[in-house]
Design a protein around this ligand. Structure first.
Ligand code: NAP
Ligand code: GDD
Length: 323
């Protein structure tokens, strides 16, 4: 019987699946919370499906969360489940608040009732900085969210701080900047680009249609960031940490690098823009300062921008049969 066990919400997603792999490799007993769907989507878990235990539950449903925490009796809880797509939060603001904000409180309540000594990680976000007051952003930068998603994450962030202060629970926020991978959902811009480039060069599409090409993001590689999550919970005391590369690039730069990787330098004729993909209030510029995590957690993002783009484009090219 493993003496360390973890319950991961959002285990079917990009981060949850990488985190489950990391914790299994470290000898943890891993439980993954999965909501019922008409067609189960366990594709990211295929390498470790037999090594983890799936528990039914939904962040909208308190009873299922209580039962899951009780059944797992974990030493660590990672709350990664969310309605995580910023654009969708404008069309589904109430659902986003229910899942991304109140869902975190439901998990905190389940932990308080059934695993009060478990260490709790909350997937906070650089979207909380939104309309940034300074660059780079660190743990002391003021929040000014620009989307229902960002607002929900700020609520969840403060709920976590409050459970730490009110009940003495070990609750930590990881304020993570964008991190991507070949498992990234197809609607997020990096994956939309890598998939779009692969479709164009393999003759499956003629154009790629995007929104704001001038937005800047601090893009890292997701496997680096699940290591950050784990280190956050191994720290002596609960605390809040920024996870970032410290480097930012525009969407336009990502597009150029992705086409270049596929052998096309004159990319402009293949890319269109459409206001449909722009947001009612945009976050123009995010770049994080990960100094605190470097000093206290010994963490550093190892994969840089060019390598990230290469990895994602190559994976999508391979999916379309081009190696
Ligand atoms: P993701 O791929 O979109 O995964 C989200 C996960 O949440 C999926 O497993 C999804 O399950 C689950 N989920 C959604 N609604 C649920 C509900 N009502 N009940 C239970 N589970 C539910 O997101 P990600 O990129 O891995 O991000 C993980 C977390 O980090 C999220 O909280 C996100 O907001 C946050 N974050 C991400 C980034 C980033 O750049 N990736 C940066 C900062 C913070 P289904 O498979 O059933 O849909
Ligand atoms: N999705 C998308 N699609 N974004 C586009 C497009 C497009 O066609 N064209 C331009 N963009 C711009 C968006 O306006 C935004 O400024 C930027 O590309 C990144 O968009 P996303 O990839 O959708 O990610 P995000 O930054 O809004 O949110 C992600 O990162 C957050 C951390 O800062 C998500 O993973 C969030 O869950 C996470 O918290």
């Amino acid at each position: 019987m493993a003496d360390r066990s973890a319950l991961i919400t959002g285990v079917t997603g990009q981060d949850g699946s990488y985190l489950a792999e990391l914790l299994v490799s470290k000898g943890y007993k891993v439980y993954g919370l999965v909501r019922r769907l008409s067609s189960p989507n366990m594709s990211h878990l295929k390498g470790i499906r037999d090594a983890i235990e799936i528990l039914d539950g939904d962040l909208m449903d308190q009873t299922s969360l209580q039962q899951a925490v009780k059944a797992a009796d974990p030493t660590e809880i990672y709350n990664l489940a969310a309605q995580s797509f910023v654009a969708a939060s404008f069309s589904q603001p109430v659902l986003t608040g229910e899942v991304t904000a109140l869902g975190a409180v439901r998990m905190l309540e389940a932990a308080r009732a059934h695993a009060p000594t478990a260490r709790f990680y909350q997937a906070a976000s650089s979207e909380m900085f939104g309309h940034v007051e300074r660059e780079p952003q660190d743990e002391l930068t003021r929040f000014h969210p620009r989307s229902p998603y960002g607002v929900a994450k700020v609520y969840a962030y403060w709920a976590c701080v409050n459970y730490r202060e009110a009940y003495g629970m070990f609750v930590s926020n990881g304020i993570l900047f964008n991190h991507e991978s070949e498992r990234r959902g197809i609607e997020f811009v990096t994956r939309k680009i890598s998939d779009g480039v692969a479709r164009i060069v393999t003759g499956h599409a003629k154009h790629l249609t995007l929104g704001n090409l001038d937005a800047r993001r601090d893009w890292g590689y997701a496997p680096d960031y699940v290591e950050f999550m784990w280190r956050t919970l191994q720290h002596q005391v609960p605390d809040d940490f920024v996870g970032a590369t410290g480097e930012s690039h525009t969407v336009r730069e990502f597009v150029a690098a992705a086409f270049h990787e596929a052998g096309i330098d004159a990319w402009e004729p293949f890319v269109r823009t459409d206001d449909r993909f722009k947001r009612p209030s945009e976050v123009y510029n995010l770049r994080g300062d990960p100094s605190k995590a470097a000093q206290r957690l010994g963490w550093k993002a190892t994969t840089r921008f060019d390598e990230l783009v290469r990895t994602m484009v190559r994976a999508d090219l391979a999916r379309y049969g081009r190696t």
